[in-house]
Design a protein around this ligand. Structure first.
Ligand code: GUN
Length: 297
């Protein structure tokens, strides 16, 4: 069987979404509304977090948002962070804010997440947003699964009635992804199986899937023998692999062995340039909604 594989260009879609947001911001300005404002808290100097936060600040400029970067050293106390969060919760100029994860070990991430006013939680990590998402109510949806839903939508990929395997059960990606794909919506209406480190017969589960979402953080985990011909494969992996030939000193590796899997797929996302850019533009979308008070007053 010869399959016409289509590469999903997340970078191009993300650029388009950001342009659409910028147009909406221009309209808001014309109508005398406040410019949407995203604040980001960055603790320490983790390479990945530095890169992601810099990309978020840059995307804000493209969208026409105001952004504020707040830095703390890695010895910041939980109390100091909670004080800053209270300040941002009460600052009417800040529409939404994020605390970049992971945080240093001595800080309880859950305390931090739950301290954020859910009406400003543009990451969609607060239990109120997670709970509302799980029962299909308006809320801020976690950026990576939101971005993947947008890719499925914009490429008109049929999801209704499809068998979908989600690899990974993280709070940020796997769990919300499974919830969104099973919802009565389009995209959605999938029959979803979530696989994780204790799943037996993971290969067989994957071979049944019309859609595979790989979000384990294990480079090259998904191999050709796990993929049904014609499947849609979405690769969420972004593991940094040391690579002296790169200026940065590393390259990004997805969870899918792209070269052997791609020829089998109807659609596949590359790494980089697939899900990654969509994650950032979903945060921008949430920030726009926060600025418009479109979800919570
Ligand atoms: N760390 C990895 N992904 C994310 C994200 O989407 N938001 C935040 N705040 N931290 C992250």
């Amino acid at each position: 069987m010869i399959i016409q594989m289509q590469l999903i260009d997340g970078k191009a879609v993300a650029e388009q979404v950001k342009q659409e947001i910028a147009e909406q911001v221009a309209t808001m300005m014309e109508n005398g509304m406040k410019r949407p404002h995203l604040a980001a808290i960055l603790v320490g100097h983790d390479g990945g977090s530095e890169t992601y936060v810099a990309a978020k600040v840059k995307a804000c400029a493209v969208c026409g948002f105001k952004s504020t970067l707040i830095r703390f050293e890695s010895d910041v106390t939980e109390k100091e962070l909670l004080q800053k969060i209270a300040e941002l919760n009460n600052d009417p100029d800040v529409d939404g804010f994020i605390v970049q994860l992971p945080l240093p070990k001595h800080i309880n991430e859950q305390h931090i997440i739950e301290a954020i006013d859910y009406r400003k939680d543009v990451d969609g990590f607060h239990p109120i947003n997670v709970g509302r998402m799980s029962i299909g109510l308006p809320c801020f949806v976690s950026a990576t699964p939101y971005g993947i839903m947008e890719l499925l939508r914009r490429y008109n990929i049929e999801t209704r009635g499809k068998k979908c395997v989600v690899l990974g059960r993280s709070n940020i990606v796997g769990k919300p992804m499974a919830m969104l794909l099973m919802q009565k919506s389009n995209p959605g209406n999938c029959t979803v199986t979530v696989c994780h480190s204790n799943t037996v017969n993971i290969k067989e589960e994957c071979r049944q899937a019309d859609i595979i979402i790989a979000a384990l953080g294990q480079p090259g985990f998904v191999t050709a023998d796990m993929v049904k011909p014609g499947a849609v494969v979405i690769d969420v992996g972004t593991t940094r692999i040391p690579d002296e030939t790169k200026k940065s000193g590393f390259r990004l590796s997805g969870d899918v062995k792209f070269d052997e899997v791609a020829p089998l797929c109807s659609y596949i996302t590359p790494v980089p340039g697939g899900v990654g850019p969509m994650t950032i533009c979903s945060l921008m979308k949430n920030t726009l909604l926060a600025g418009q008070k479109a979800i919570y007053r």
